[in-house]
Ligand binder design. Sequence first.
Ligand code: UD1
Ligand code: UDP
Length: 358
Amino acid sequence: MKVAIVLGTRPEIIKMSPIIRELEEKNMEFFILHTGQHYSYNLDQVFFEQLKLPQPKYNLRVGSGTHAEETGKMMIGIERVLFDEKPDIVLVEGDTNTVLAGALASVKVGVTLGHVEAGLRSFDRSMPEEINRIVADHVSDILFAPTEVAKRNLLREGISEEKIHVTGNTIVDAVYQNLKLAEAVNIPFGDDDYFLVTVHRQENTDNPMRLRNIIEGLKLVREYFNMPIIYPIHPRTLKKIKEYGIDVERLNLIEPLDYLSFLKLESKAKLIFTDSGGVQEEACILRVPCVTLRYNTERPETLEVGANVLAGTEPKEILEKAKIMIDAKRDWRNPFGDGKAANRIINIISRGEYRQFK
Ligand code: UD1
Ligand code: UDP
């Protein structure tokens, strides 16, 4: 059996890494197709090096563009590779434009498609990620739902139960596999107390009022707690901050970090403020309270266990939620699995059960 791993962005590289390890350990035939959606060293290559992943056999180098430009270019390139390589199954992970392109290109040429991290829903169709997830889930032959909540979302949309497997989320595997290594890494601010921030979502960065409010809220938090705020900033957000002329002087902006440094920063933070999906999950797994700078989340499990709250983007609300979460009792259970998701996924694929549903 030949497996094609299609990926293109930072979170896909990280969340696919346990699956790639598993394929290597089981000596299975596979190759990596990188769309090139992310291409800056610190959003891409650094993770291949640090996580010791094999280099992609193909890199389409599509780069940045509008949604249609990115997705269209990727589909054309992916289709070509699928014609040449004829894999038995394509795996995509998550909800990016790479996933949308990988999913559509695969099913159109009749290659079996597996969606890792299937069934997440924010129920907000103005988010590009929500559209990507829905399309990928509905065209997939085999769906790896991280939790029962995700499985229920899929069943509600009429996807047949036989195609769905609850496996846990591979982010738990990635955290468990790397946390020990991360502990040895030197990070900015060493043993001092600090808050950690990431913000990069389209609905926050492309709306000047929202981005201004978020930064204002973070400054309020900084003043109230008198604690530094470390913000490894996504290039998308940095570009917008400059474009809108937002003052970020009181915040400690740094370049995006490698995985081990970021994991260590997360694990030692007093609070995490984010609009990232993966960071909400990691905060929950690491038992660091999280304040989500959004009005919804496709990770409701984090809210249910008490690890996360939705603050939205109003400055005062951000501060109020920080005051609540700083006292959170860090004893919640991790709802995302036991760190063996990749093993389950590869075992299911190896058994070839999905074939009967094609
Ligand atoms: C994408 C995903 C988002 C995911 C995020 C992970 C979509 C629709 N969005 O958002 O779901 O959470 O990746 O980080 O797929 N840029 C660089 N260097 C890079 C890549 C991007 O500088 O390597 C800058 C460019 O200015 C680019 C902008 O970031 O225009 C946006 O990049 P894009 O890949 O379109 O979306 P992300 O915001 O990264
Ligand atoms: N991450 C990282 N360095 C950083 C910021 C994030 O390694 O400077 C990792 C983080 O640990 C998580 C993933 O990137 O595993 C999340 O990616 P991102 O926030 O870009 O995307 P999302 O999860 O929102 O799709």
